[in-house]
Design a protein around this ligand. Sequence first.
Ligand code: ADP
Length: 641
Amino acid sequence: MNVLKPAIRLMSRLKYPQKFLLVGILVLIPLLVTMQQFLSKINEDIDFAAKEQLGLTYNNPLVEFFYCLQDHAALSVAVASGDAAMQIALADQQVKVEDAMAIVDAVDQRSGATLEAQARWEAIKSSWNELKAGLANMTSSQTLEKHQAISDATLRLITVVGNSSNLILDPDIDSYYYMDTVITKVPLAASYLSQIRAYGTQASESGSLSPETATRLTILDGQVSSTLDSNLEGFGYSFELNPALQPGLQGQIDTYVQSVRSFSEQLKTNFLQNSAGDDLMNASELFQKAGDPLAANAELYRDVAAGLDDLLQARIGRFEVRRTLVTATALLGLAIAIYLLVGFYLAVQQTIRELDEASQRMVKGDREWDFQPSSSDELAQVAVSFNSIASELVVARDQALDSSRAKTSFLANMSHELRTPLNAILGFSTLLSSGMVKGGVALAAPQADLLKKIDANGKRLRDLINDVLDLAKIESGSISVSVVPGHPRVFLEETVSAVRSLATSKNLQLELNVASDVPEVVLTDVRKVQQVVTNLLGNALKFTEKGGVWVDVVMQDDSQWQISIRDTGIGIPPESLSHIFEKFSQVDETDRRQYEGSGLGLAIVKNLVECLRGDIRVESQVKQGSVFTLTLPKRLEVEEG
Ligand code: ADP
């Protein structure tokens, strides 16, 4: 649990929205980073496959150019060997070559730089232009050589594009063999076939087959056959891995194999085994015969290239589906998580709000406050516990209120019961001391003294009982406020006059000052204001030995007036200021013991001031004096009921 302490400390310091935000962010960040990583990997794979496709779009027209060039090579050899009949075909073929070059040019403009092909393509073009310019004056061997050089450069460019477009790095075995077919095997086989055709044509035109040419043709024939074999092997692997590919291609493969083999057969019988050279195929026949495997080769190239493009497209499609799936799942998860998090937060808020409302109703004393949580989580459990504690509290409060009421009514009754005999005692002691008892004897000095003490103690007891009775009445709520128009200058003068004799007896100054802006008439419970002021004046005179007591009346603002009772008495120590308004509270200091009192006066004052919708505060300094300031509304409005 120690490891969790910092987390607990942090969480308990945060408010709920902050908690949710923090947890939310901490959960979301790794989720988003992981998702971003995953998506960028998918995007990389898509880009990889898309670049392979780009390579194909470059190589396809390049290979078409290559085929056109092969035909041009054979025709130009024939023409250079003196076959004028081929002249027109050669001119036509030249146009075809240049048309094919224009298409490669357009592709090269778009993606030649990306595929690092531009320089090589430019070199091929200039070689072609050179060849074209010098064609008329070339021997058949020269033209053959020049064509072969351009063919070889084109084959290299096909490989370079395959390399820079990722085709050679293709990660799937089935598409790898397709790639191998379109980049190396098929164009290479076409090159061999076309060389056979060109050298064959040269031989036919000259009418004899030299031993070197025979050897060269035999080697080329062998190369065609071995390229074909390894190509077929590759197809075999490819179909094994992805049988769905076979049906679309097998027909064209068969046609190609068939035409290569039959051409090879004819080459052997009509050319290579014919030592005398009598029956050599003529040039146009050879051109036609060799044209079949070359055409089948071109057709195969187109089919496989299209198949490869389909495979790459399908792979991109799969990645795109995966990307959509990942994004959609993550976004959905994210949306659900945020939705639930917000829901969680709102549920917590709701429970807290319900609890708050319930406790406010309870504090106001509403008996129907019982709390029913709308959720059933841990917080609601806490709320339910609060509910039962609160129920207990309400019961305890009601019991306390009941017993307080009982106590109050007991006190009120008792005070009343005590006052009646006490009044009788006081009455009789007055009668006794005034010597008014008929037939009585005049009292001797010691008895008269004792009688005075009875009278004085009796009065103290009556005052105390009166205070207790007042407080009991106030606390039981049975005291009523009766608002009447009163003249402050008049009723305060009356109040001050009532204690003047006490001031005089203690040789104290006593003054009432009413400011001129204090209105003539205020609306208040005059008797209660008098009771409060009498009480405060009584204390002021009681606790002052020299100096005096001043009653100052001023306006605090438009709606409130103030009465301050200021004395130069013993003052109140600061630590006692806060509780002198509590019941039975007296400042506990030895030098005050001489002052009599119950500790109830200020409690009564405070309650009365509340009834008057006013406020009382005290400022005091020990040995300097005290000021009790009473603030009252100019027009007291009492709520009905
Ligand atoms: P008591 O009946 O004891 O005077 P009060 O409630 O009127 O009871 O006063 C509470 C206590 O506050 C007094 O005992 C006294 O210590 C202190 N007190 C009240 N008024 C003054 C004053 N004007 N000067 C000094 N002390 C005062």
